[in-house]
Each structure stands twice: as structure tokens, then as C-alpha cells.
Design a protein around this ligand. Structure first.
Ligand code: NAP
Ligand code: ZN
Ligand code: ZN
Length: 354
């Protein structure tokens, strides 16, 4: 495969694990026949961006450009592109490629590609150039059409950006575990993922309890749809819910005691972990053994389910509660994210990078 021609585009990158993000220029491939070039209008700020920029998962290559909640308009298309035309409103999430032939890819579960070829929007390998992939804190991106999503027309584009990661990461496990009417569902942590988990659990008809460490978020949790809100540090409030949940989604970004939530599950209840803290979480045997409970994980979602989730949000008018920032406010936004002070997703207005 000959190397495609490249072009330059403005971006924000981290040079090392400890340096703040700053302005830079990066190279991207010009569209090949199956590629779509997207002018990025907005990019959500996921806690994974912070874990990645600071090498908390120990695989970051520098300079690193985070950003995998990308929305924008199609700027140009390769000669063989069938699904998109110039001007279309599109999105790109955490994946930009996969093998497409293994059983998982064939079933639309590209995030679990059996050949290990699920290509991250950042932190993966740009297979045309042989360089690390660079994410959405940037003016434009080029993505193969199969990994580009169609954004519902009726949704505000900026408020829909976080659906590309926070949305699908919470939608997918709740669909998998068949969350629905008559169930009691817990959401742990009212951050970017948690607030979307709350909205989806409500939309699916469950009775939803939101667990938070922040007393200041109780009113917001109720406004966002929680039937009950529990301050997780309050043992009495926690004990009142012992053995009562069908399903709990844990979306916490830092070290915390997962066993207290296992104790809240009823027989055959499941706790799915989507939070990805830097350090391992100790799991005690007995809370898991008792009542045949299960603990599982979930990683974003495949392309078909991501489109299904976007269409569901279009139909039910579901978007994220966002705080718009300028590109050069990103370092301050990261510090606020570390203090659990996000209401409830930062989204970068990419016009501020020009
Ligand atoms: P976020 O917006 O920063 O929200 C995290 C929330 O966790 C906080 O708002 C806070 O909620 C709670 N929290 C933070 N520190 C805590 C602590 N020490 N103890 C207890 N609770 C704490 O983060 P996010 O973007 O939603 O991401 C959450 C996690 O999911 C991150 O680790 C991220 O990397 C991961 N993630 C995973 C996937 C996946 O595919 N599995 C996809 C995207 C993100 P309260 O104030 O309500 O307590
Ligand atoms: Zn993310
Ligand atoms: Zn595959």
C-alpha cells in the first residue's frame, strides 16, 4: 500500500505525561477512495482523554492528541464513498478501524475485534501512515466511511457530541443486560458517563437510583431523572438498599470500594463496570458469592449499536448536559474533572482553535 498524501491541520496535544496540552500542527492523510474528511465542529471531553494524556493506562505515545467524541460536517469524500456527501452532519467515536472479518467484527462488535485490530481514534495505529492515531482535539479528521456515524438532524450537534462515547458506553451494557420496566437500576457517579446512564435507564423504563459522593449534585440528579439519590458515603442510606438491585452501572473514574455496591445487588443481579481507574479495584469474595451475583465489564459499543443509540436519542430527544469551553481552556477543564466538578460534560467549541 503506497503512503497517501498528507495535509496539516491544527490540534491540541500533550508532549509528555506531565505537560499541559498546547497548540500544535499535525499531519493527517488526505482521503483515500473510501475515506471521509470531516471538519470538526465540537469535541466532547471524556475522562479517558485525561487518563490517556497523563499516561495513566501506560500505553500513551507522545505527542498525544486526545478526543473521541467528535461531531462535524463532511468536508470532502473519497471517490468510492457511498454513505456520505459533503455537508452531512456526522460523528466519530472511539473507533476508526478494525479487521472487519473476524466473528466479533462480523457481528458488529468491532470494539472486541478478535484479531486485536480495533483501532482507537487516539492511541491506535494509523495503518496508512504507520504512526499513532491522533484524536479529535483538532480542526479536521479523516476516517474510513464504515466508522463514521450519521448524527440525527433534530439534535443540537454540540450537545450530541458526548453520545459518541459517554452515550454508547452506558447504552450498550444496559441493552446487553436488558434493563427495562420493573427493574431497579443503580448508576454510580454523576459525571459524563453517569448522567447519560441515568437518562438511558429512565428512557428504558427502570426505577433509577443515582449514587454520588457529591451532596451538591442531588438536585441535578433528580432533574436528570433519578427516582432516588443516595449519598454513597452515608452507610445508613446505603444499607437501606441492601440486596435490592437488578443491575448497577459503575462509572467512577478513580479508586473506590466496589464491594459496597455488590452488596446492594439481589440474587443474580449484575454490576457492570465501565469506569476505568488507573489502579486495580479489590473485589471481596463473599459479596460476589452470596446470591450468585456477577461482576462484568463493558467497552464502548460497536458501530451498528452506536448508530442505533444515536437514532434512539434522535427519536426520544436525548442529548447531554454540556458546558462549552474554548480549546485553550482544556487544562483547567481537566483540573475541574479531577474534582468531580463537571456539569456534566465539557464540549470544546472547535471554532476556538482557528
Ligand atoms: P467524569 O465525568 O469525570 O465522572 C466521574 C465521576 O465519578 C465523578 O463525577 C464523580 O461522581 C465520581 N468520582 C470521581 N472520583 C471519585 C472517587 N474517588 N470516589 C467515588 N466517586 C468518584 O468521568 P467520565 O468521563 O464519566 O468517565 C468515567 C470513567 O469511565 C473514566 O475512568 C473513563 O476513563 C471511563 N470510561 C470507560 C469507557 C468504557 O468503554 N468502559 C468509556 C468512556 C469512559 P460523583 O461526584 O457523583 O460522585
Ligand atoms: Zn470516552
Ligand atoms: Zn475483527
Amino acid at each position: 500500500m503506497s503512503k497517501p498524501v498528507c495535509y496539516s491541520t491544527k490540534a491540541f496535544s500533550a508532549a509528555t505525561a506531565s505537560s499541559p496540552l498546547g497548540a500544535t500542527t499535525i499531519e493527517r492523510r488526505e482521503p483515500t477512495p473510501t475515506d471521509v474528511k470531516i471538519e470538526i465542529l465540537y469535541c466532547g471531553v471524556c475522562h479517558s482523554d485525561l487518563h490517556f494524556a497523563r499516561n495513566e493506562w501506560h500505553f500513551t505515545q507522545y505527542p498525544a492528541v486526545p478526543g473521541h467524541e467528535i461531531v462535524g460536517r463532511v468536508a470532502s469524500v473519497g471517490s468510492g464513498v457511498k454513505k456520505f456527501k459533503v455537508g452531512d452532519k456526522v460523528g466519530v467515536g472511539c473507533l476508526v478501524d478494525s479487521c472487519r472479518t473476524c466473528p466479533s467484527c462480523q457481528q458488529g462488535l468491532e470494539q472486541f475485534c478478535d484479531l486485536g485490530m480495533a483501532g482507537g481514534t487516539y492511541g491506535g495505529t494509523e495503518k496508512h501512515l504507520g504512526t499513532p492515531t491522533l484524536g479529535g482535539y483538532s480542526q479536521s479528521i479523516v476516517v474510513t466511511e464504515d466508522f463514521v456515524l450519521r448524527m440525527p438532524d433534530n439534535l443540537d450537534l454540540a450537545a450530541a457530541a458526548p453520545l459518541l462515547c459517554a452515550g454508547i458506553t452506558t447504552y450498550s451494557p444496559m441493552r446487553h443486560w436488558k434493563v427495562g420496566p420493573g427493574q431497579k437500576v443503580g448508576i454510580v457517579g454523576l459525571g459524563g458517563l453517569g448522567h447519560m446512564g441515568l437518562k438511558f435507564a429512565k428512557a428504558f423504563g427502570a426505577h433509577v437510583v443515582l449514587f454520588t459522593t457529591s451532596a451538591s449534585k442531588v438536585a441535578d440528579a433528580k432533574r436528570l431523572g433519578a427516582d432516588e439519590v443516595v449519598i454513597s458515603k452515608d452507610e445508613k442510606q446505603m444499607a437501606a438498599h441492601a440486596g435490592s438491585f437488578d443491575f448497577i452501572l459503575d462509572a467512577v473514574s478513580a479508586a473506590h470500594d466496589i464491594n459496597v455496591y455488590m452488596n446492594l445487588l439481589k440474587r443474580d443481579g449484575n454490576l457492570t463496570l465501565v469506569g476505568a481507574p488507573e489502579h486495580p479495584l479489590p473485589v471481596a469474595a463473599f459479596p460476589l458469592l452470596m446470591h450468585r451475583r456477577s461482576l462484568s465489564g463493558s467497552l464502548i459499543g460497536g458501530l451498528p449499536e452506536t448508530q442505533e443509540m444515536l437514532d434512539f436519542c434522535g427519536k426520544h430527544n436525548i442529548t447531554c448536559d454540556i458546558e462549552m469551553i474554548k480549546m485553550d481552556e482544556i487544562n483547567a477543564a481537566y483540573e475541574r474533572m479531577l474534582k468531580s466538578d463537571v456539569k456534566y460534560r465539557f464540549v470544546i467549541d472547535m471554532a476556538s482553535l482557528k
